[in-house]
Design a protein around this ligand. Structure first.
Ligand code: ARG
Ligand code: GLU
Length: 719
């Protein structure tokens, strides 16, 4: 009996635990989670997190640069985000003489803060359920295309009505795969300036080697500031703009956190797919990911080889390398996680339970054949998905081709095209040329072209081969010969040549442009895609979306019926969410246990002056040797660098504030553990952990390392 009781308790706490960590919740609806959050240790109320009438934490969280999260930490609009989120801006401002990527950058006054044209910070003002308006006129039986038409008309109408009464940006988004719709009012800040960044050997310590991996020692932060007009309006950059006064900014805790402590993460997760049928998960993990991983691996090998040889090339390809490498590694982790966790089998088991449940009631007719229909449609989808993957991972990673594509419009100019338009095209082409050559290294591109075209030719069946591939096979001895000729004949390898061509451009020269082999190659693969792949793929895709909407509704009914206590969260869709979980390590495999935090000692253990990713500056070593950590040391005396917790995060959550039970800032989320990246498809609390940089390490770097103390002085510090 005792034993039984014990296993019952274990079981219960396991299932509670399951519910506690998983989920990305809509802040407006957080009342449903409040009790659980408080039971887990939270000392504040959900009204403190999200309030429409009073200032609350939501007023300090922004969508940064369209893809990351940032948080406001001072009364003067100071913004923290990740180094990898600010990366392209750091690179934008870097030259070989002012290499902020390598050396870091610290504005020592407001005047030194650097404008970033095009960078935005988007702040949610309020949010409203508009499902009834958007789905007005739709029933369960409305045919899909009819439904799509009604929904898009309704959205247009609701949005226009809202826009007529506000200056804010209005966005309407589907949630729960189109079973619900919310309208969101945003303030879009357009003058965001770069204030500070550590050198890459702090901000990107461990580089792509450690990316996605725990234990981690990356000081992954950078600092920006929001500026507004003197009247407080969110306007484009102007010299007259002033620092933004937010309604709320996060206090910063210097107390650190212990294993088991409550935390929550507030930010903009981009995309998850937690409610897919088994066949979809299987296709992603075992068909598509392995192809992308293989192709990107080959490109990255080529980048690495050249980057190691030449410091200029290293800077030029840093950002390209990071973005290709990030997906590459993540998808490897997803596939491994799904397979180790028997994810496909678990999904299958659910699919079967779902179908059996559907057979139990007449009302559930829509669900009876859903799973077997999914199997059919995904099988049909597979070759198209592969075609898209091959196109985008091979041909579109040949830089000369995508660059040439920027001249497409110009190549279609005729003698009737107004001169004004031509002038605009020329100006745009010149700008594109400048941007392109800043970061272009032809020997890399030639090697990538050979490798990728070889793969494209070898792996695509007859029906999915653009003519270019057949031409290469028929007319050339080998792919190398084709690539050699391509690069010898195209005009797009010569920056000077392009400028000259553009300066002398007349309508009569458009034909010459259209015949350029790089432009022709690009158009050949894209035309093939447009004619033979896109339409069919998007048809199947919308068919899947319609089925997924029904499946989602079915799963909501299933759980309401079978496990009424289960709360269901909508998949991530780049809207503001709250997720919560406890600090703690995990066991990734037999006999290995991960502690929940890392320290500066670990940086010194990894240090290796010969390996780019593990270089440590003299300044950091000196601070370490003198244990000169000031008030930023943990109470154990060491300098904590990063920590992990059970928060359900995904891409887009980078830079998100991770907060303690009082809502004080503990750190910045920047990654997940590789073993748990499958959490976008299936969440398993035993291995799915988010990785954050400890705010005390951030402040230590700003203050002690860089001496940018003026920035720390602006912040509200809780000691
Ligand atoms: N894996 C993190 C994310 O998904 C960090 C990526 C940037 N860091 C890097 N070493 N590439 O965005
Ligand atoms: N590094 C990711 C980002 O840029 C966060 C990691 C994740 O996918 O959880 O958003």
């Amino acid at each position: 009996m005792k034993k039984l009781l014990l296993s019952f308790i274990v079981l219960m706490s396991f299932s509670l635990q399951l519910r506690a960590d998983e989920g990305m919740w809509i802040p407006m609806l957080l009342q449903n989670n409040e009790q659980e959050m408080q039971e887990m240790g939270m000392n504040i109320t959900v009204e403190d997190i999200y309030s429409i009438n009073n200032s609350s934490m939501k007023d300090a969280v922004v969508l940064f640069g369209g893809g990351c999260t940032g948080e406001i930490v001072s009364e003067q609009g100071l913004l923290l985000t990740n180094h990898h989120c600010g990366y392209s801006w750091i690179q934008y401002h870097s030259t070989v003489e002012h290499d902020y990527l390598t050396d870091g950058f610290w504005a020592m006054s407001f005047e030194e803060e650097l404008p970033c044209p095009g960078l935005t910070a988007v702040m949610l003002k309020s949010m409203k359920d508009v499902t009834n308006f958007v789905l007005e006129g739709v029933t369960k039986d409305t045919p899909n295309d009819e439904r799509a038409r009604i929904v898009s008309e309704n959205i247009k109408k609701v949005k226009e009505e809202a826009e007529a009464t506000t200056n804010y940006q209005v966005v309407i988004k589907p949630f729960y795969h189109g079973n619900k719709y919310y309208m969101i009012y945003n303030e879009v800040f357009k003058d965001v300036r770069m204030v500070g960044t550590p050198p890459s050997n702090i901000g990107k310590f461990g580089g792509d080697t450690d990316n996605w991996v725990w234990p981690r020692h990356t000081g992954d932060f950078s600092i920006f500031r929001i500026y507004v007009s003197p009247e407080g309006e969110a306007v484009e950059y102007s010299e007259d703009n002033v620092p933004y006064k937010p309604n709320y900014h996060f206090p910063i805790s210097l107390k650190g956190a212990e294993k088991g402590d409550f935390t929550f993460v507030f930010g903009y997760p981009a995309r998850t797919n937690e409610y897919l049928p088994a066949v979809a998960v299987d296709q992603e993990a075992n068909v598509i990911n392995p192809v992308s991983v293989d192709l990107r691996g080959k490109i990255l090998d080529i980048y690495n080889k050249h980057q190691e040889k030449d410091p200029k090339v290293r800077i030029q390809y840093a950002s390209k390398h990071a973005s290709l490498g990030n997906g590459w590694k993540k998808w490897m982790g997803v596939t491994e996680g799904i397979n180790n966790f028997k994810g496909v089998q678990k999904k299958k088991a659910f699919d079967e339970k779902f179908t059996a449940w559907a057979y139990k009631s007449r009302q559930r007719g829509a669900y009876l054949t859903l799973i077997s229909d999914f199997e059919k449609v995904y099988a049909e989808y597979e070759p198209y998905r592969l075609a898209i993957t091959y196109l985008s991972e091979t041909a579109l990673n040949i830089e000369i081709l995508t660059f040439a594509a920027e001249f497409n419009k110009l190549s279609q100019v005729t003698k009737d095209t107004p001169q004004e338009e031509i002038d605009e095209m020329i100006a745009a082409a010149k700008e594109a040329t400048k941007v392109f050559f800043k970061d272009y290294y032809q020997p890399i591109d030639e090697e990538v072209a050979v490798a990728m075209l070889t793969e494209y030719i070898a792996n695509q069946p007859a029906d999915f081969r653009p003519e270019l591939l057949n031409t290469i096979e028929k007319k050339y001895d080998n792919v190398e010969a084709y690539v050699e000729e391509l690069f010898a004949k195209t005009m797009f390898t010569s920056e000077e040549g392009i400028y000259q061509f553009l300066d002398e451009f007349k309508a009569s020269k458009a034909k010459k442009l259209a015949k350029d082999p790089a432009l022709m190659a690009y158009n050949n693969v894209m035309d093939f895609y447009l004619a033979n792949v896109r339409e069919k793929a998007s048809d199947i895709n919308s068919q899947i979306a319609d089925m997924q909407r029904v499946f989602m509704r079915g799963q909501m009914e299933y759980y309401a019926d079978q496990e009424p206590e289960k709360r269901m969260y909508p998949d991530a869709n780049f809207t503001l969410r709250v997720t919560y979980g406890k600090i703690g390590g995990f066991s990734p495999r037999d006999a290995v246990n991960y502690k929940h935090f890392t320290t500066l000692d670990g940086i010194m253990q990894k240090e290796n002056p010969d390996i780019y990713d593990y270089v440590v500056t003299d300044r950091l070593r000196e601070l370490y040797e003198n244990k000169d950590y000031g008030r930023y040391a943990d109470k154990d005396g060491s300098m904590h660098v990063a920590f992990i917790a059970g928060n359900h995060t995904t891409g887009g959550n980078s830079g998100s504030p991770i907060l303690n039970a009082d809502g004080h800032l503990l750190g910045l989320n920047f990654d997940r553990t590789w073993e748990g990246t499958m959490s976008d498809l299936i969440y398993d609390p035993s291995i799915c952990k988010n990785i954050s940089v400890d705010i005390r390490y951030v402040l230590f770097i700003i203050d002690k390392y860089a001496g940018a103390t003026r920035l720390v002085d602006e912040m509200t510090i809780v000691e």
